[in-house]
Design a protein around this ligand. Structure first.
Ligand code: WTA
Length: 582
């Protein structure tokens, strides 16, 4: 691993990512379906051929051009899961503009911070989104964000729901038609995607054009055993890396038919996925363990009444899958005939790092098994930083050599790439995850080793949530930790101290909860908020999160070494207070 994070693939090569994903197939197989859109309402769906995709992307690119978007500009995208979102991303790629998609569940504050950090001049949104029958007022959230984004000059709005919305003349334009391809260098940035870190400020993880595309396409082909004619459904939102690599870039680069799923797994009922698989003849299906767990509790009948014979490969991503959910996926959904691929990777890695290959690697439920081609994982001793040789070891998971899909920089802050990923263990890429390599050389992810919390497969920074909580006028200090949650994997437990003069009332906890939803978005809604007199700190003033985690998990049998605590009484107060919540 280069100490300055210099990585390049296909040095001095030229390409256009949009040409590879669209033009190539529009010429070779114009009538093949590129996108199947499955709307929130199960009676709404649309099929878009590669020919249509080409036309739509060209029109969109032309409009962006007319609005002044040029090579290397950044464009913000805040959209629901609709075909226009894919047109927008590909149109940016066509012009060589760098897109920054912000998940449509983020609040106006999070959106503002991301648009601002990315220096977006043009942003794209829709009037409204709809998920599980609930309306998400995207345009008004965008309006709120734009009040504090002086760099944004133009806002493009799709009328998805066709409702009346506020319109700012001059800034909000409707769209029109056609566009040539911009030749790009191999290492030119294709997009950035913000992810939470240990500090409060999200990082714009930036990906390259050639290496990223190769890696997305290659992992899509081999990990999902893709063959022409397959219908590939990754039900992740394009607001996350999984949507970028396995809804858009990987499948389209391989000329596949890819499904865009606008809804949620339980709407209108818990058979939604299975109904959709039957309806579209889906061959590869890719979801998160949290969705599998949420569906399992509804019973097998929802699955068994559907014809799922088109399925061949079932994937999971986002968090470790517990063996019980793995078996249900294998037995009830896959009917013991489909391969399961538990894919371990990150926003930063662009594509899969550890994963089985269908039919080629024997699975162990709960293990992401072995590295993808070319990936060299190492397990390091967390204290010495030395690689642990041989099998049956446990430590910090790092990667020894670069791979094509590796992030190239943190947008606007290359130092951060070095500090977070390359400097902690010299010569290695640090994943931030702990891992065990078992006696057979299989890898098991044991969870984050930093202060991020994986809630329903979404990585949230405890610092970000704490920062939101202290925005409350009465809040003095906050500490947020994760605790085991049967569906979400981890839940959020917030400990809060209030200013002495502040009068806590019945509404305070709700106010605190609302602040987090407003500052970050509903994905970060706390499960528990506990107002406490004090937080446990060491004599040097450091919050002892290890203790807070134990208390939040109702695991107070052995608290370990508490001798460095400044005030021992604080802990028993916390345990007593927490007991009331369980
Ligand atoms: C976790 C999602 C165990 C891990 C693609 C990682 C997993 C973080 C798995 C990245 C898996 C993802 N098994 N843990 N199969 N997949 N993770 O950036 O902690 O949203 O570091 O990328 O999710 O989350 P991100």
């Amino acid at each position: 691993m280069h100490p300055d994070g210099h990585v390049s693939w296909f040095l001095n090569g030229k390409l256009n990512v949009c040409e590879n994903c669209v033009d190539r197939w529009a010429e070779e197989t114009p009538d093949r379906i590129a996108l199947i859109w499955e709307g929130d309402d199960p009676s709404h769906s649309k099929r878009i051929t590669y020919r249509d995709l080409h036309t739509q992307v060209c029109k969109f690119a032309n409009m962006l051009k007319r609005l002044g978007v040029r090579k290397h500009d950044t464009v913000g995208i805040y959209m629901p899961m609709i075909p226009e979102t894919v047109y927008a991303m590909l149109a940016c790629a066509r012009l060589g503009a760098i897109h920054s998609v912000v998940f449509a569940g983020f609040s106006s504050h999070s959106l503002r911070d991301r648009l601002d950090d990315a220096h977006c001049k043009v942003v794209i949104t829709a009037d409204q989104g709809v998920r599980g029958g609930k309306v998400i007022p995207l345009k008004s959230v965008m309006d709120e964000a734009l009040k504090e984004c002086p760099l944004v000059e133009k806002c493009i709005v799709f009328k998805h729901q066709g409702h009346d919305i506020d319109w700012t003349e001059g800034r909000d334009e409707a769209m029109r038609p056609y566009c040539p391809l911009e030749p790009m260098d191999n290492e030119d940035l294709l997009f950035m995607l913000y992810t939470s870190g240990s500090t409060g400020k999200p990082k714009g993880i930036a990906h390259s054009s050639a290496g990223y595309l190769l890696y997305a396409a290659m992992t899509h082909k081999y990990v999902f055993d893709y063959h022409p004619g397959d219908v590939h459904a990754c039900v992740a939102d394009v607001g996350w890396i999984t949507g970028h690599s396995y809804v858009v870039y990987g499948p389209l680069c391989n000329g596949a038919t890819t499904v865009l799923f606008e809804s949620v797994p339980t709407y209108p009922d818990p058979a939604r996925y299975w109904h959709m698989i039957e309806k579209h003849g889906i061959s590869q299906f890719y979801t998160a363990p949290t969705a599998i767990r949420a569906l399992m509790v509804h019973g097998d009948e929802w699955v068994s009444k559907h014809d799922l014979s088109s399925l061949r490969v079932l994937g999971t991503v986002g968090e470790p899958i517990n063996p019980e959910a793995w078996r249900w996926y294998y037995e009830v959904v896959g009917r013991k005939r489909c391969d399961i691929v538990d894919t371990y990777w990150q926003t930063e890695t662009g594509g899969h790092l550890l994963t089985p290959l269908p039919g080629a690697i024997r699975c162990k439920p709960g293990s992401a098994t072995r590295p993808f081609f070319g990936v060299e994982p190492v397990v390091l001793d967390s204290k010495t930083g030395q690689p642990l040789e041989g099998d049956d070891v446990s430590g910090v998971l790092c990667i020894k050599k670069p791979w094509p899909g590796m992030m190239r920089t943190v947008y606007g802050d290359h130092e951060r790439l070095l500090n977070v990923y390359l400097r902690p263990y010299k010569g290695f890429y640090h994943t931030g995850d702990g891992a065990v390599r078992d006696k057979d050389g299989y890898y098991w992810i044991t969870g984050r080793v930093d202060d991020t919390i994986n809630v329903s497969g979404h990585r949230l920074g405890s610092a970000e949530i704490e920062h939101a909580l202290v925005q409350h006028p009465g809040c003095a200090e906050a500490a947020v930790v994760g605790f085991p949650h049967s569906v979400k994997g981890a839940g959020l437990f917030c400990y809060v101290t209030m200013n002495n003069e502040y009068e806590v009332n019945e509404g305070t906890v709700n106010e605190l909860r609302d602040i987090v939803r407003k500052e970050i978005g509903p994905i970060a809604t706390p499960d528990h908020i506990l107002i406490v007199p004090a937080l446990p700190k060491t004599r040097s003033g450091k919050i002892m999160r290890r203790l807070l985690r134990k208390i939040a998990s109702n695991d107070t049998g052995s608290l370990g070494d508490v001798s460095t605590l400044a005030d021992q009484q604080v802990v028993s107060d916390l345990i007593n207070a927490a007991q009331k919540l369980f």
